[in-house]
Design a protein around this ligand. Structure first.
Ligand SMILES: Cc1cc2nc3c(=O)[nH]c(=O)nc-3n(C[C@H](O)[C@H](O)[C@H](O)COP(=O)(O)OP(=O)(O)OC[C@H]3O[C@@H](n4cnc5c(N)ncnc54)[C@H](O)[C@@H]3O)c2cc1C
Length: 527
């Protein structure tokens, strides 16, 4: 029996009852083909890759989907430009190809083309820097072409005048402004939503996705699974085990030593920057390759990031930004703004950890952009590094390695042609359900977060906002519990939605979210 036989077979619906059922099924028959440890973008990608190749797959996540680094990113689907600058052509091309796959086939519903502009302000750019940036942008464009991504999707590099610059980014300083250079990249509506879409699509292909389940005593063919909700333990035997625990990889496989680096973003109201529709790219003084970005986000915010700080020591559950990082980000972006932002404008801040491999001689090898697939003497396959953009290739490489090393029988990888839940072409996707079910016009923000699954979301509840001024519907809260595997209020506030990024917003929404989560969990138990 597959773990997902029964009422959930062939469905992408994740809820508490499915979790219980699948844990029971695993207890009855603990032999599986592939155990994936970690429910970030990498682990969810591995689970989808393996399940869609026909392997009996179980993913365990100690906390919640996207609990780790995968929710703290800049949410960009990169074309690899920065790797070109350092001569890493293969990584750059891989990034551009994967960006194209995501934007054309697997998740176009979650990604938009984001104009990124570098304002031409003489005192902001060093002599020759504009030429250097323009050359880099053109190289990025060439990469897009070779990756086969159409210009209609990601428009070509161009220079715009000062008026147009101010229309796209109204906060930019006018004094001396000669226009801007503009290039386009992909931007996810939210990183955690990509993880949820991956996990649900994996579940549809038969993977068991088990949150609040920690893997311990991991070998290449076995692990002890602890249900952190009940304390119950279960020993599984697997054809292969893939460790996709990101910065925690060294805890699962002690032969791996990581030395993380922290990247921090702060959040301000979009209004404080005149509601920009483009990202602002501001060079860091004294560096030719570092920039601070002001990235328009959902829920009416702009994220300003990011830093790169050595973060040795134990891995915290939620890394915390420092005051120095916030000051650095504000000082850098303010150099391009008409009205400087102050600490009073900061509505929230978040930090994530990049995994760097500690080579043991005091230096680190930067695999935070390139990924590595490693096998330890016990046979555990670890996949670490890379980025959100390249999760699919990382997953393919990890499953290929597991299949090869352990002699598993599996079809070839085909995830580059596999639309995720909500994407056009996914079998459950439907066109925009305007006015369906008496719900009235569908909020554009809901469609941006759910794509072709919007009709299903609206069927789960009301289209009224969860709190005044927050464009997250009550239906999305219910859907998070009934279809997206949210088990409690924190899962909903902090990962299925990103209301929790601004503490004040979370407090405004908390009571209503608690009520809906309670109702849905109660109804689930009765059913
Ligand atoms: C600041 C920052 C900005 C970034 N911006 C971008 C960007 O704009 N675009 C881009 O493409 N990439 C970006 N990246 C890179 C990208 O975010 C990461 O490469 C990616 O999210 C890593 O995902 P992961 O699944 O490997 O790790 P994680 O997301 O950390 O997932 C690991 C999971 O494993 C779980 N886990 C740990 N131990 C166990 C255990 N014993 N049992 C079960 N589960 C366990 C954890 O709870 C966690 O959920 C950024 C990275 C950082 C740090």
């Amino acid at each position: 029996m597959t773990p997902t036989a029964g009422p959930y077979a062939g469905t992408s619906r994740l809820d508490a009852a499915r979790r219980t059922l699948e844990l029971e099924a695993l207890g009855d028959d603990p032999r599986i083909d592939l155990l994936v440890i970690g429910g970030g973008v990498t682990g969810a990608g591995v689970a989808l890759d393996a399940a869609s190749r026909g392997l009996r797959t179980v993913l365990v996540e100690a906390r919640d989907l996207a609990f780790g680094t995968s929710r703290w990113s800049s949410k960009l689907v990169h074309g690899g430009l920065r790797y070109l600058a350092s001569g890493r052509i293969k990584v750059a091309r891989e990034s551009a190809v994967e960006r194209g796959v995501l934007m054309t086939r697997t998740a176009p519903h979650l990604i938009r083309a984001l104009p990124q502009l570098v304002p031409l302000l003489p005192d902001l750019l060093r002599p020759g820097q504009a030429t250097l940036i323009r050359t880099g942008f053109h190289a990025g464009d060439a990469l897009r072409l070779t990756a086969g991504t159409p210009g209609a999707l990601l428009p070509r590099v161009r220079r715009i005048d000062a008026d147009r610059t101010r229309r796209l980014a109204p906060g930019v300083r006018t004094d001396g402004l000669r226009g801007a250079l503009v290039a386009h990249d992909g931007q996810l509506v939210d990183d955690a939503r990509l993880v949820v879409a991956l996990a649900r699509t994996a579940a549809q292909y038969g993977a068991s996705v088990l949150t609040r389940v920690r893997a311990e005593q991991v070998t290449g063919t076995s692990a002890r699974l602890v249900d952190t909700l009940t304390g119950q333990e279960l020993a599984v035997r697997a054809g292969a085990v893939v460790n996709a625990t990101g910065v925690w990889a060294g805890e699962v496989d002690t032969s791996i030593r990581l030395r993380p680096s922290r990247g921090t973003h702060l959040l301000v109201d979009a209004q404080a920057l005149g509601n920009p529709t483009a990202a602002l790219t501001v060079p860091v003084p004294g560096s030719t390759s570092r920039f601070v970005f002001a990235l328009p986000q959902q829920l009416g915010r702009v994220a300003i990031g990011l830093t790169d700080e050595d973060a040795p020591g134990p891995i915290p559950d939620e890394p915390q930004p420092t005051e120095a990082e916030l000051s650095f980000l504000l000082d850098t972006v303010n150099a391009a703004l008409e009205t400087a932002l102050t600490r009073a404008d900061v509505r929230g801040a978040y930090a994530g950890l990049r995994p760097l491999i500690d080579t043991g001689d005091g230096s680190t090898a930067d695999i935070s952009r390139e990924h590595a697939v490693l096998e330890n003497p016990d046979g555990v396959v670890t996949v670490v590094g890379g980025k959100l953009t390249t999760y699919r290739k990382m997953a393919e490489d990890a499953v290929d390695a597991a299949v090869r090393l352990r002699g598993l029988s599996a079809r070839a990888c085909w995830t580059a042609r596999l639309p995720l839940i909500g994407a056009p072409g996914h079998r459950d996707s439907r066109p925009l359900p305007t006015g369906e079910g008496g719900a009235g016009p569908v909020p554009a923000s809901l469609v941006a977060r759910h794509g072709g699954a919007a009709h299903e979301v609206l069927a789960a509840g009301e289209s009224a906002p969860i709190a005044e001024g927050l464009d997250v519907t009550r239906a999305e809260i219910a859907y998070a519990v009934t279809h997206e595997g949210a088990l409690d209020v924190a899962d909903v506030l902090d990962r299925r939605t990103r209301i929790g990024l601004v503490a004040e917003d979370a407090e405004r929404a908390r009571k209503a979210v608690e009520e809906i989560v309670g109702e849905c969990r109660g109804a689930g138990q009765e059913g």
